[in-house]
Design a protein around this ligand. Structure first.
Ligand code: PEP
Ligand code: MN
Length: 336
């Protein structure tokens, strides 16, 4: 950690900061600059609270240097995490496409869409059995019956299935049925749920909170890894901004930042990021070009009748177009 003094800081104020650092058992190292003094704090184990130093007279800023996260960090594991989900490789040089409806609505609907997305090029199937809806009057999902349908999809198509655990109460049942347990944007900082996910035997797809910084997101992943579950997939799904032309704003710059900081695979969800069908293919192309390890795409064969997120769901033909386009971009962009 680095304490940066104000230009006007007096010798007394500098000495007071040095004493405050030493009092806490750390080593203080003065670094004189051109027109101001900086003081390095050494021997602090991990993340140290900046506030006791920030409030001292003459202090301009306190800058943490060490990262608060450990297990998710490239400092701990320099090489990319790569793991298998069913027979599907995730992370490293792979591009994994996960597709399916927002919500499981019936066995017929799920099987039809699953066969269509598999034929188009998807490797995994997605579909919510328990839905976190903004309104309590909206369709809440088929719940346990939805999980049974997901198992049927896996059985019939061979595709691993991804579905969300919305709370503790359903976690065990979701974990049993799913190949990947999704933690949604609204639960990214539900720390007890993250701890449960840390004890899970299944990989976890952790969506970024809609207003979360990258550090908060990585700390959420740290919770899961600290519990012993090292199979975590990060998923950028758009953040809340002032714009009205899309549901959220896809933060594509998060992808290279996360890849610099962490060895974990990172996916992009262009469907929830945009909320609009017409933006999903262009955003998917951009995501693949920027270097994601996977996409999570909503597909419905009758989006006008979908019980949730129809406006952002691609039709199977559009999804096939998407798969064709990203294949070319993947090939062209991977040497970088
Ligand atoms: C979803 O993937 O169905 C979903 C609800 O996503 P999010 O948590 O990103 O809104
Ligand atoms: Mn959805």
């Amino acid at each position: 950690m680095l304490v940066v003094m104000k230009k006007s800081a007096t010798r007394d104020e500098i000495d007071q900061v040095l004493a405050a650092i030493e009092k806490r058992g750390f080593t203080a190292r003065a670094i004189p600059g051109g027109d101001r003094m900086a003081i390095g704090i050494l021997n602090n184990q991990g993340n140290t609270d900046t506030s006791p130093f920030l409030v001292l007279p003459g202090v301009n800023d306190v800058i943490p240097v060490t990262r608060p996260y450990k297990l998710v960090s490239r400092e701990t594991q320099p090489h990319d995490s790569v793991f298998q989900v069913g027979g599907v490789e995730v992370g490293g040089g792979a591009l994994t496409v996960v597709a399916g409806p927002c919500a499981i609505e019936s066995e017929d609907q799920s099987l039809r869409i699953a066969h269509a997305v598999k034929k188009a090029g998807a490797q995994m199937f997605r579909g919510g059995a328990f839905k976190p809806r903004t309104s309590p009057y909206s369709f809440q999902g088929m719940e346990d019956e939805g999980l049974r349908i997901l198992e049927k999809v896996r059985e019939e198509t061979g595709m691993p299935v991804v579905t969300e655990a919305v709370d503790h109460e359903v976690f065990d049942r979701v974990e049993q049925a799913a190949d990947v347990v999704q933690i949604g944007t609204r639960n990214m900082q539900n720390f007890t749920l993250l701890k449960r996910a840390g004890r899970s035997s299944k990989p976890v797809l952790l969506k970024r909170g809609m207003s979360a910084t990258i550090d908060e997101w990585l700390m959420a992943a740290e919770y899961i890894m600290a519990g012993g579950n090292h199979r975590v997939i990060l998923c950028e799904r758009g953040v809340r901004t002032f714009v009205r032309h899309s549901r959220n704003t896809l933060d594509l710059s998060a992808v290279p930042v996360v890849q610099r900081e962490s060895h974990l695979p990172i996916f992009v969800d262009p469907s929830h990021a945009s909320g609009r069908r017409d933006q999903v293919i262009p955003l998917s192309r951009a995501a693949v070009a920027v270097g994601v390890h996977g996409l999570l795409v909503e597909v419905h064969d009758a989006p006008e009748e979908a019980m949730s997120d129809g406006a952002q769901s691609l039709r199977p033909g559009e999804f096939e177009t998407l798969c064709g386009q990203i294949k070319q971009i993947f090939k062209a962009s991977r040497p970088f």
